[in-house]
Design a protein around this ligand. Structure first.
Ligand SMILES: *[C@@H]1O[C@H](CO)[C@@H](O)[C@H](O)[C@H]1NC(C)=O
Ligand SMILES: *[C@@H]1O[C@H](CO)[C@@H](O)[C@H](O)[C@H]1NC(C)=O
Length: 580
């Protein structure tokens, strides 16, 4: 078998020199070694070989945008143990979905029923994929890839997919899972979904319509649309354009941005209105918020700039200008406990409401401060840092105050008798003029207040929807400041989740958070964002290893990390990208 074909000569069929010929002969003697090498290489990479038997010849060194090895071997210390508790919670929630609800969209975790509320393509799977990968649940990940691989994203005539939700959950989930695993099936699905969603952008302004039929391309939603629905698809479609080389994705998602680069649509000291006319691309009214309907638009100004390698100065300017405007106009501090909050402007004045959703804002501001290339001035850096700290403390206080340890979906802060007195920017100026004594107003840690009347706010929407924004903020604060209090707070929230929201099949949204005698009422919903966001941020908060470094990955608004990349020269020219 191992006899060496030493007499072998290439018989002059190849017109090669003596030197190459002798090299060839010498190589030929090692044919069994070569054969083995080819087999090993083939085995290690082939998709036809079951994963368990595949060799891992090349260990990736985690290049930006490259595959991310799953976190399998966690050492056993305090925080790692806590990370592991979160992983167990995730497995419980996902297995419950699989057993009771697959292939529907979401699980009803109390009754064990199931529901299709996002077009019946199984949104929980798409939202959960990258969390599985990061948690090192590799078999669960690949089983789920098998489960989604045949999806065609079809729907009956007359139905419409919710463009915004489908982009941030399904498309964001696929792209992130692809970026982490590089499984080509995920990119194929993302491309198919991207194509099916494109007709939504067919408006005179380029603003996407609310609804699109993913089979026929027919659209609906000509009425006014949310700022966030116009500006929360750029990360996903730009990354998709980069992966597929299709300029139409870039062109479609960049067109609506044109209405925001200039100054013509700026109102109220640098803010953008919440509602817009899809035909004209002009503001439809004069209300302002950093909460629902606007939130992720401001988020995507910074995150688009970060994801595409910090090369587009007008995007940077857009973020800095709007973040300054939010701080100047939407932040208020209450008379009791110096509660710092971000509110809405309606009819020209503050409502003093704050949504749980708005707790994404401290994370965003902290991420900006953490990015040197943003080039904030000293004064801006101070304000952004204080605002992040004060708002994050507030987002913790509303959890800490309640009997259940879970924060309400909306609060109404008790204002000053002259409401304008509470505007934080004005209070800061006063404080500076007084020689900046002690810490700035609204920034310090808050003591727990169990007496509702003494809290300084009411909770008109007394429910917790398993939302992620508070723990998202704790995670980013931990990563950017290194202060362990954010981890401790996240752990307290996780324990409250275990106590009050866990069910036989999963985890549920709850209401009545503040009854000292009874646990909250279980409402029987397990939104897919709990798998995509809440448990992911908690897990990342506790893992010692920085699995998703903030300078290499950017979370979309559904917590799906997308890799930082640089546009190629060809893309810059063909897509007409405004780089500096
Ligand atoms: C949008 O603007 C167009 C043109 O001014 C107008 O005809 C249409 O009624 C507006 N749509 C809404 C929803 O306001
Ligand atoms: C805003 O849109 C609503 C319908 O969505 C329409 O009735 C109203 O006239 C619009 N307002 C402006 C100022 O365009």
């Amino acid at each position: 078998m191992a006899s060496s074909p030493s007499g072998f000569s290439p018989r002059g069929r190849f017109s090669c020199s003596l030197l190459t010929r002798s090299l060839f002969t010498r190589l030929w003697r090692w044919w069994h070694v070569l054969l083995l090498l080819i087999l090993v290489l083939g085995f290690s990479t082939s998709n036809f070989v079951p994963r368990r038997f595949r060799f891992r010849v090349f260990k990736s060194s985690r290049p930006v945008g490259g595959p991310h090895p799953p976190a399998i071997n966690l050492p056993n210390d305090l925080w790692t143990g806590r990370a592991n508790e979160v992983r167990k919670a995730f497995a419980h929630a996902y297995r419950g979905y699989q057993a009771q609800a697959f292939p529907y969209d979401e699980l009803r975790p109390v009754s064990g029923e199931r529901v299709n509320n996002f077009h019946g393509w199984g949104v929980s799977m798409y939202d959960a994929l990258d969390t599985m990968w990061l948690m090192g649940l590799e078999d669960m990940f690949y089983d789920t890839v098998e489960d989604v691989a045949g999806q065609t994203f079809s729907m009956s005539s007359g139905e419409h997919a919710h463009f915004f939700e489908v982009v941030i959950r399904y498309l964001g989930g696929l792209l992130s899972a692809y970026a982490l695993s590089e499984d080509p099936r995920l990119l194929k699905l993302a491309d198919l979904l991207g194509e099916n969603l494109l007709p939504a952008f067919n408006t005179p302004s380029g603003f996407p319509l609310r609804g699109v039929n993913t089979r026929t391309g027919e659209t609906n939603g000509e009425e006014a649309t949310c700022l966030a629905e116009v500006l929360s698809n750029q990360m996903e479609f730009k990354y998709l354009a980069h992966l597929t080389g299709k300029s139409k994705y870039y062109a479609a998602t960049e067109k609506p941005m044109a209405a925001f680069y200039g100054s013509e649509n700026i109102m109220h000291g640098g803010l953008f209105a919440t509602m817009w006319n899809v035909t004209t691309g002009k503001p439809n009214q004069t209300e302002f918020t950093a909460g629902g309907c606007a939130d992720s638009a401001y988020e995507y100004f910074l995150k688009q700039w970060l994801m595409t390698g910090q090369k587009e100065p007008r995007m940077r300017d857009l973020y800095v200008r709007s973040a300054n405007a939010i701080i100047e106009n939407l932040l208020y501090v209450g008379p009791r406990r110096q509660l710092l909050y971000a509110t809405d402007i309606v009819h020209g004045g503050p409502t003093h409401r704050m949504q749980h959703l708005t707790c994404f804002l401290p994370a965003l501001l902290a991420l900006g401060v953490h990015t040197p290339a943003l080039q904030l001035s000293d004064a801006e850096r101070k304000r952004h840092t204080w605002a992040a700290e004060g708002l994050a403390n507030m987002c913790w206080a509303v959890y800490h105050d309640t009997a259940s340890g879970l924060g309400p979906d909306k609060i109404l802060v008790e204002p000053w008798s002259v409401p304008e007195r509470g505007r934080w920017a004005a209070r800061l100026e006063e404080w500076e003029q007084a020689g900046a004594p002690w810490v700035p107003p609204g920034v310090a840690d808050l003591e727990r207040e169990t007496v509702p009347q003494a809290r300084g706010y009411d909770a008109p929407v007394d429910q917790y929807l398993l939302r992620p924004e508070a723990v998202e903020t704790f995670y980013i604060m931990w990563r950017t400041t290194g202060d362990v209090k954010w981890r401790e707070r996240g752990w307290a929230v996780f324990q409250a989740l275990e106590t009050s929201t866990r069910t036989k099949y999963g985890y549920t949204t709850v209401r009545y958070l503040d009854d000292p005698k009874y646990k909250p009422f279980k409402s029987d919903d397990q939104p897919s964002w709990f798998l995509a966001e809440t448990l992911k941020y908690l897990f990342l908060l506790f893992t010692e290893e920085d699995l998703v470094p903030l300078d290499k990955w950017v979370f979309n608004t559904e917590a799906h990390p997308l890799p930082v990349f640089q546009w190629t020269q060809r893309e810059i020219e063909e897509y007409k990208i405004h780089v500096s």
